[in-house]
Ligand binder design. Structure first.
Ligand code: SF4
Length: 464
C-alpha cells in the first residue's frame, strides 16, 4: 500500500488497549483506516463506527503494521484533529482582524481559518465560500451539524462587497451565494453571525438580514457583533467604530425582531454581543434572555454570565493588609468596578480596577482579551500592589503565555508582585481576591470575541 497523503501523528497510546497490545507506541503514525486515508479526526471516527476496522500504522523507522478492532476503541490518541492541513479562507473581508494585526504576536492570531471541520468541532465561524461539491456532500452525508456560519449581510451584492472573495481561491462559485448554501445545507443546523460595520450592514440592511435569516428554520440563531478595529489598518478600507446612537439603533432593531420571533419560534433568534450594549450605554439583558448562552464564544452574554454568580460572603476586615489590582480593558472596567465595589469596603483591603489602554493594538481596541504583556508592563508600576489579577482571556489557551509571548512569570518578575488570573464568575474573582489562591482560570472576566476565537484557533493550530 502506498503511503497515505495525510499521516496522522499518534500522541499517546492507551495502556492495555488494542493498539498497545499490537505494539503501537506514541510517536508512531496512523497511515490509513480500512484502507482509506484519514484527513481528520471526523473521518477517523467515521471509519471506527463501521465496526470491524483495520488500522495501518507506521513506526518511526518506516516499518508498517496493521491491526484490527471490532466495535472497540483502538486506544490511539492524537493532539491534532486535522491531518491534511487547515482549510484557509478564500475571502479578504474589509473588516478582517487578521489583516489589521500588529506584527510579532503569536502565530495562531494570523491564522485565516475557514475550515468547516473546525466549525463543527469547535464552533468557529466560517464563511464556507471555499467549499467544493465534495465538501458539501461530506457535510450532508456525515451530518456535520451544527455549523457556525458568517453571514454579515443577506443582500448578495453587499455581502460580496464586504467579503471580497478571491476569485482564484473560490473553488466553486456557487459556494459564495448565501441563498444557494442555505438551500444546500437545509438539513444542517446553523448558528450565524453578522459582523456589523456602521454605515454598511447596519440600519435597514441589518433588519433585512435578520428577517431573511428568520425565514430559514435551520438557522437557529444570529449573533450580531460590532466590527473590531485596531490602529494597524494599513492599505485597508476606511472603517470606523459604532457611535452610541448607531449601537442603540442596532439594538433596537435586534430587540424588535426578538419580540416578534419569541412567540413564533420559541426563541429570540437574534442576539446582540455584550460589546454592542456597552457601546450603546444600555443595560445588559437578564440572563434568561440569552437562552442558555449558546453564543457565549461570540461575546454574546459573557458579561452577564460573569455577573450571574455574585460575590461570596465578605469579611468586614482582612487579617493583614492587602493591595489588589484588577487589570482589564477600557470597555469592561466600569462594569467590573461597579461589580466589585462591595470588596472596596473591606477594612485593610485596597482594591483598584485599572482600565488599561491597549497600546499594542491601538486605543481603538478596548476589549480586555486583546491586552498584551507589554500593555500591563507599561501601565502598572513594579510593587504597586501585592496581587495583580488579569483576565484569563489574555492568555494562550491552557498556558500562562500572553499575546506577545510574555508570560505571567515575566509579569511576576518584572512587576514584583503575585500575578494570577481572575475567576470565571464574580464569585470566583471575589474568592481569589480574598484568598490569593487562584479559584479558576476559565473562562474570563473582561471579554473579547477575538480572544475566545483565538483560543480556539490555538487549539486548531496545534491540531493542524
Ligand atoms: S473570512 Fe475571516 S479570516 Fe477570512 S478574510 Fe474574512 S474575516 Fe478574515
Amino acid at each position: 500500500m502506498a503511503d497515505p497523503l495525510y499521516p496522522a501523528p499518534i500522541a499517546r497510546v492507551v495502556p492495555g488497549s488494542p493498539a498497545a497490545k499490537a505494539g503501537v507506541q506514541a510517536g508512531w503514525t496512523l497511515l490509513a483506516v480500512n484502507g482509506v486515508a484519514i484527513p481528520d479526526i471526523l473521518a477517523y471516527r467515521r471509519e471506527l463506527a463501521r465496526g470491524e476496522t483495520t488500522l495501518r500504522v507506521r513506526d518511526p523507522h518506516g516499518q508498517p503494521l496493521e491491526f484490527t478492532v471490532e466495535w472497540e476503541d483502538p486506544g490511539l490518541e492524537f493532539d491534532e484533529v486535522i491531518f491534511d492541513g487547515l482549510r484557509l479562507c478564500a475571502n479578504q473581508c474589509e473588516f478582517c482582524y487578521v489583516h489589521q494585526m500588529p506584527k510579532g504576536m503569536r502565530k495562531s492570531l494570523y491564522l485565516m481559518d475557514d475550515d468547516f471541520r473546525t466549525s463543527f468541532l469547535y464552533g468557529s465561524f466560517v464563511t464556507l465560500t471555499n467549499l467544493t461539491e465534495a465538501d458539501i456532500a461530506r457535510i450532508l452525508n456525515e451530518h456535520l451539524s451544527p455549523l457556525y456560519l458568517s453571514v454579515h449581510a443577506t443582500d448578495e451584492a453587499l455581502r460580496r462587497e464586504m467579503m471580497r472573495w478571491w476569485r482564484l481561491k473560490v473553488k466553486d462559485q456557487r459556494a459564495t451565494s448565501l441563498d444557494y448554501m442555505l438551500k444546500r445545507l437545509a438539513p444542517i443546523d446553523l448558528y450565524t453571525q453578522l459582523v456589523l460595520v456602521p454605515g454598511r450592514n447596519d440600519g435597514e440592511e441589518l433588519t433585512a438580514s435578520l428577517e431573511y435569516l428568520a425565514t430559514h428554520d435551520h438557522v437557529l440563531a444570529v449573533a450580531c457583533v460590532p466590527v473590531g478595529l485596531t490602529a494597524h489598518r494599513v492599505n485597508l478600507p476606511k472603517l470606523r467604530p459604532f457611535t452610541p446612537e448607531e449601537a442603540r439603533d442596532a439594538l433596537q432593531r435586534i430587540h424588535t425582531i426578538q419580540r416578534r420571533l419569541l412567540p413564533e419560534r420559541g426563541s429570540r433568534f437574534a442576539f446582540a454581543s455584550d460589546e454592542l450594549y456597552l457601546l450603546a450605554g444600555e443595560p445588559l439583558p437578564p440572563a434568561e434572555s440569552y437562552e442558555g448562552f449558546q453564543m457565549l464564544e461570540n461575546g454574546v452574554g459573557m458579561v452577564r454570565d460573569f455577573l450571574s454568580e455574585p460575590l461570596p460572603p465578605l469579611p468586614a476586615r482582612l487579617e493583614a493588609p492587602k493591595r489588589v489590582l484588577l487589570a482589564t480593558g477600557q470597555l469592561f472596567a466600569p462594569i467590573l468596578a461597579q461589580a466589585v465595589e462591595p470588596l472596596t469596603r473591606i477594612d485593610r483591603l485596597s482594591l483598584t480596577v485599572r482600565a488599561l489602554k491597549n497600546r499594542t493594538f491601538g486605543e481603538v481596541t478596548t476589549v480586555a482579551g486583546l491586552l498584551a504583556g507589554r500593555d500591563l508592563l507599561t501601565q502598572i508600576a513594579p510593587g504597586e500592589a501585592d496581587l495583580l489579577l488579569v483576565s484569563p482571556n489574555v492568555l494562550k489557551y491552557g498556558t500562562e503565555t500572553l499575546l506577545d509571548e510574555r508570560t505571567l512569570g515575566d509579569l511576576r518578575r518584572e512587576l514584583k508582585m503575585a500575578v494570577m488570573v481572575g475567576g470565571s464568575t464574580l464569585r470566583a474573582l471575589g474568592e481569589t481576591v480574598l484568598s490569593s489562591v487562584q479559584v479558576s482560570s476559565l473562562p474570563q472576566f473582561g471579554f473579547s470575541t477575538h480572544a475566545v476565537k483565538e483560543q480556539n484557533a490555538e487549539v486548531r493550530l496545534k491540531a493542524g
